[in-house]
Structure formats: C-alpha cells, structure tokens
Write a protein of this length. Structure first.
Length: 177
C-alpha cells in the first residue's frame, strides 16, 4: 500500500527529527565540526549494511551538501538519522527481508570539496565481478548526481594489466551540481 507506506514513513521521520537529541551528542557534533575548521561540510548518510553480498542500501538515505554552522550540522545529522525511514528504504528492507530496527546508520561529516569532476571507481567490474578490470564512472561537478542516478555518467573500463582503457562511453551531461 504505497499511500500507507508514504504516510507511515513521514510520521516516523518526523518523530526522529523532532525528538530531542542528547546534549552530549549535540556537543560532540559541534566540537567535531569546529575541529574540522568549520566552513562548508557534507553531512552524509551511510547505512551500516550499505553493501552486502545479497543487498545494497547505497543511495537510499539523505546527504546534505554545503552545510555551514554548528546548528545546521546538528540538524542535518538528525535529518540523516530520519532518512533511514525514507519510504524506499523501508520498502527495500522489507523486500530483502531485513528488520527495520536491525539496520543502523552512520553519519560522517566531511569538509566539502568543490570538485570540477567527480566519480566512482570500482576495483572490479561490478556486474560480472571480473577482477581484471577497473570501472570508473565520472560526471562534471559534485558527485551527488552520480550517486542519486540523476545524471548518466561517462564510463571507463580499464584493464588492470597495463592500465589501458578498453572501453569508454561518454554521455551527454546537460547539468552539474
């Protein structure tokens, strides 16, 4: 029932976002942000079961880019926690047979890098598991659009023996982040 899933997910996310965060957790986040040198950061979500042999939870939770200020970082961390209950994440866990409360989430906070080009590299060919190849997908701008699947990336397949490019597909990219 898609409507019920949407409504329930929104209710759970609001409960997480509105719940008071432990003061020591708030203080630890603020202190770590200052230790990073403040400024712009990425607040990323990483499910503890992100990449398993039989399931991949990558890209299902929220990421906040260009966050600045202690209060906004704390809010973004809580938003990442709540995103563990996005409708698609709940549906996928149910479909894969995972209990909603057995999957945790980590929330790394990293300095922002304003990249001109971003990409993802696989140290083996991910579809066939061919260990003799490296696969690189690349886009212009920040990597969020590649992770979310909003942009079709350029694709490069590289032979590990000699590092020659054995295949390349360049995609038209009409926008960047």
């Amino acid at each position: 029932d898609s409507l019920k899933l949407q409504e329930t997910a929104e209710l759970i996310k609001q409960l997480v976002v509105k719940a008071p965060m432990q003061p020591q957790t708030v203080q630890a986040i603020r202190q770590a942000y200052r230790k990073l040198g403040a400024g712009l950061v990425a607040v990323r979500s990483s499910a503890t079961a992100e990449d398993l042999p039989d399931a991949s939870f990558a890209g299902q939770q929220r990421t906040y880019l260009n966050v600045t200020g202690e209060d906004d970082v704390v809010t973004a961390v809580q938003g990442c926690w709540a995103s563990l209950f996005e409708p698609r994440a709940i549906f996928y866990r149910h479909q894969q047979g995972y209990d909603d409360f057995s999957v945790g989430i980590a929330v790394p906070v990293q300095k922002m890098v304003q990249s001109e080009i971003s990409g993802v590299m696989f140290t083996l060919e991910p579809v066939t598991s061919d260990r003799s190849k490296i696969v690189i997908e690349a886009i212009y701008g920040l990597g969020e659009l590649i992770v979310s699947g909003e942009i079709t990336p350029d694709l490069y397949i590289i032979e590990k023996d000699g590092f020659a490019i054995s295949d390349r597909k360049v995609s038209r990219q009409e926008r960047q982040l």
